[in-house]
Design a protein around this ligand. Structure first.
Ligand SMILES: Nc1ncnc2c1ncn2[C@@H]1O[C@H](COP(=O)(O)OP(=O)(O)OP(=O)(O)O)[C@@H](O)[C@H]1O
Length: 272
């Protein structure tokens, strides 16, 4: 379980995350959404210990990250897989060695690495691509390599930062299906940062909306999209729709009646 309490993070005195409180349960798929620049990636980086924070606390399975030494933090990071929009693969290595990289860094025996890479390649559907370099793969295949690499150390958490934003709709659906299957197979907790509301609705059970560095709303995805609270409307731009129409005075009376009956806000300006 991830528990974020009163988290504050700033860069060079400029506050980015303000008093963030979040709880993410084991084995759930949790969505983080919010306008560009609101601090979503920064929050993910705080969760993986890649960014320090000025105050507050992040406890993952009861371990407070702010208390970990550098060595313990490195050990802890084995538990956190990450995938990104740009895949972050190493261009000169083939898919096999991209996936194997974390295990090689931790000096696992070669046969163990081979077995694990082949198992994950099969699960992610790239068993015939292991000798290909990233430049020889499609976007969807690159993301499958990145997912396999993120899971190679058998992490408990998988953090996805805009992981389908660079993919076409068909590849997006395939990757979302793959993530769901892997979540069930390995019983991992997945945190998804995205701009795509379809991704949230298709993949996540609960979600948080970040606004101006703060959590403006948390809750069940289905309920939030059914009830459309103002926080969601603001995010998807439905709160503020303005249309401008020109009417003859005779027509205006009927339209005005309708606007009043439907509680629609309007402004009248006259002219010839
Ligand atoms: N290393 C850094 N140094 C200084 N400022 C940073 C750094 N990283 C991020 N920021 C700033 O922190 C704010 C939040 O950035 P972040 O990337 O977390 O936003 P985001 O919500 O993920 O945005 P997007 O949806 O566009 O990816 C931005 O104003 C950004 O410029």
């Amino acid at each position: 379980m991830i528990e974020v309490k009163n988290l504050n993070k700033s860069f060079k005195g400029i506050s980015v995350l303000k008093n963030i409180n979040l709880t993410i349960q084991d084995n759930e798929i949790y969505g983080l959404v919010g306008p560009s620049g609101v601090g979503k990636s920064t929050l993910l980086n705080c969760l993986t210990g890649l960014e320090i924070y000025q105050s507050g606390s992040i406890a993952i399975d009861g371990i407070k990250l702010e208390t970990l030494s550098e060595f313990k933090m490195r050990q802890f990071r084995k538990n956190m897989g990450m995938i990104f929009q740009n895949f972050s693969l190493i261009g000169r290595k083939d898919a096999f060695h991209n996936i194997a990289l974390p295990m090689e860094c931790w000096k696992y025996p070669k046969n163990e690495i081979k077995n694990r890479v082949e198992e994950l390649a099969e699960l992610t559907g790239i068993q015939d691509k292991l000798k290909c370099r990233p430049s020889e793969l499609s976007g969807g295949q690159k993301q499958r390599v990145a997912i396999a690499r993120a899971l190679v150390m058998n992490p408990k958490y998988l953090l996805c930062d805009e992981c389908t934003s660079a993919l076409d709709p068909k590849s997006t659906v395939a990757i979302l299906g793959l993530l769901k299957n892997l979540q069930q197979k390995f019983k991992i907790t997945i945190i998804v940062v995205t701009h795509e509301m379809d991704v949230i609705q298709n993949l996540c059970e609960r979600m948080a909306i970040l606004d101006k560095g703060e959590v403006s709303l948390t809750g069940n995805v289905k309920e939030i999209f059914e009830n459309k609270p103002k926080e969601l409307k603001e995010l998807i731009g439905e709160d503020n729709q303005r249309i401008s129409i020109t009417l003859d005075i005779e027509d205006f009376v009927g339209v005005q009646k309708y606007l009043n009956e439907t509680n629609t806000q309007y402004k009248v300006s006259g002219g010839f």
